[in-house]
Design a binder for this molecule. Structure first.
Ligand code: BYC
Ligand code: FE
Ligand code: FE
Length: 468
């Protein structure tokens, strides 16, 4: 098979010898990485996967049983009908960049590398989940997410190889060399070094952490660097499924726990389910860790990325009238003299916070849906999102402790005990782990989770999503 056949693409790969050569050298390393650090077991099994073979309506979602190592990781940029100027920042009216302007080379490379690093990191974090899948439907969804994160890595590696020469090739190699959670060669962003031990964390991760992906990619999909903009647009179409897996996964857990509470007189453990308080603690953990991914509340990096036209706001083109963001301030709560006070921050320096706001609103929408499900099941329990200051490792709040309502906890001893009560304990981890037994009979689901409403691509729930 020629490289062109192996890598479906709409970037005219077959006519760029240099790029072809670079990617031909990288591809076997990617496969080695996939076999070593990708899903453990199941590599020889047929999985009902969606593969993008072109960007048009029919081509972007082809469903068939394939073995994961044979998945055709492609490179797709969303076509654009009209020429677009940069659109925001210091020079909104100049034409979009097709090549990298020299003075923007370092920051742009950094954005691409940071984005790229998260993709293989998440595959590594999810590597061991297959054996404890709650159903074949869920197993297939896990692998779909994994191969697409692999494709997102390809998307960033394409930009590095095509636009950054030798440096880019070195960075592409480094993306395969770092390892999630490794003390010596960790992944770049800390959230991607946290273990995902079981499926409850997997659903929280795809709900909250993949959703950071949606907002970061959305901001990069506004970029004045056209190849970045277009590749992120295509990545977002795949991202929607990851978010669906997370959001509906939590809904199904909550539903089942509420049902078991009813059946077992409030004793969900007796019914073999996950108590709602435990689910809440996992929400607290993954939501707060995902908030870190937006960077510091007050950030000169965010101002620079925006000024250069490299990273906009979410929906920059559609949602805003003023694309300079030079005027205006944002009130950011900061800690001064042991109290939470407001600081006026120039808008451009608060763009991480603007994006985090959009993200939190989206999460709040999902929580409403979860609580509707609990209500339908006759439960009076309600899940909530902790305040954005709770359990942060980065930014204005990292040096302090806060309640889930955002109140400052001045006394360190009290704070430690409080955090321990609001976050998953080792006992929670062990209990949830104990429920994770692989269920692989077509149509069967583990006891701790409700079945989904529908199958994948209109298939029945008892379809053989993975042939074992
Ligand atoms: N951990 O001004 P600051 C996804 C560093 S998820 C460790 O606060 P900035 C996916 C930062 O590099 C989307 N370090 O932040 C989801 C800086 O270092 P220097 C991923 C961190 O730069 C699930 C320093 O701290 N995409 O796709 O304004 C599955 C202070 O920087 C962290 C992107 O992130 C952290 N959490 O914004 C699969 C988009 N955060 O300068 C995939 C690209 C910051 O002191 N990245 N630092 O050496 C960016 O836009 C920005 O780099 C960030 C940070 C928003 C991450
Ligand atoms: Fe991704
Ligand atoms: Fe994703």
């Amino acid at each position: 098979m020629s490289l062109h056949d192996r890598i479906p693409n709409n970037v005219d790969l077959c006519n760029d010898r240099r790029l072809q050569k670079a990617l031909e050298q990288w591809q076997p390393r990617f496969l080695d990485w996939w076999l070593e650090m990708g899903p453990d077991g199941f590599q020889t099994k047929d999985v009902y996967l969606r593969t993008a073979v072109s960007v048009d309506r029919d081509g972007w979602a082809t469903f068939e049983h394939v073995k994961m190592p044979d998945y055709r990781w492609g490179i797709f940029l969303t076509p654009e009908e009209r020429k677009r100027p940069v659109g925001f920042g210091d020079n909104p009216d100049i034409e979009s960049f097709e090549e990298v302007p020299g003075e923007f080379r370092n920051p742009l490379r950094r954005l691409i590398v940071t984005q790229g690093d998260t993709e293989p990191a998440s595959v590594e974090q999810q590597r061991l989940l297959g054996r404890t899948c709650p159903s074949l439907y869920d197993l297939r969804n896990l692998f779909q997410v994994n191969v697409e994160e692999g494709r997102h890595l390809w998307a960033m590696v394409y930009l590095l190889h095509r636009h950054f020469g030798r440096d880019g090739r070195d960075e592409a190699d480094e993306l395969l060399a770092r390892r999630s959670g490794d003390a010596n060669k960790p992944r770049i962003l800390e959230t991607f070094n946290q273990p995902i031990r079981h499926w409850l964390s997997f659903f929280c991760f795809t709900m909250f952490t993949d959703r950071d992906g949606k907002y970061q990619l959305g901001a990069l999909a506004e970029s004045g660097f056209a190849p970045m903009r277009r590749t992120c647009q295509f990545m977002l179409t795949e991202e929607a499924h990851h978010l669906f897996v997370g959001e509906t996964g939590i809904t199904r857990v909550l539903r089942r726990s509420a049902q078991l509470a009813k059946l077992f007189d409030g004793d969900v453990v007796k019914g073999g389910g996950i108590p709602l308080e435990i689910v809440q603690r996992y929400i607290n953990y993954w939501f707060s860790y995902s908030l870190d991914l937006f960077g510091s509340e007050i950030s000169s990096n965010s101002a620079d990325f925006f000024a250069m036209g490299l990273k906009g706001r979410f929906d920059e083109e559609k949602k805003y009238a003023d694309h300079s963001a030079r005027e205006g301030f944002m009130n950011v709560p900061v800690i001064e003299a042991g109290r939470v006070t407001q600081r006026q921050v120039p808008l451009r320096n608060a763009l991480n916070e603007v994006l985090r706001d959009d993200y939190i609103k989206d999460c709040e929408r999902a929580v409403k849906g979860w609580n509707r499900a609990l209500e339908e099941e006759g439960s009076s329990f309600r899940v909530t999102l902790p305040n954005r200051r709770f359990h942060r490792h980065l930014g204005e709040y990292a040096q302090h402790s806060f309640t889930t309502d955002g109140e400052l906890l001045a006394d360190a001893g009290t704070a430690d005990a409080y955090y321990a009560s609001m976050l998953p304990s080792e006992a929670d981890e062990a209990y949830v782990d104990s429920l994770m037994v692989g269920v692989t009979k077509p149509g069967a689901f583990a006891n701790w989770i409700a079945p989904p409403k529908n199958g994948i691509n209109s298939q029945a729930l008892d379809f053989e999503y993975v042939k074992l």
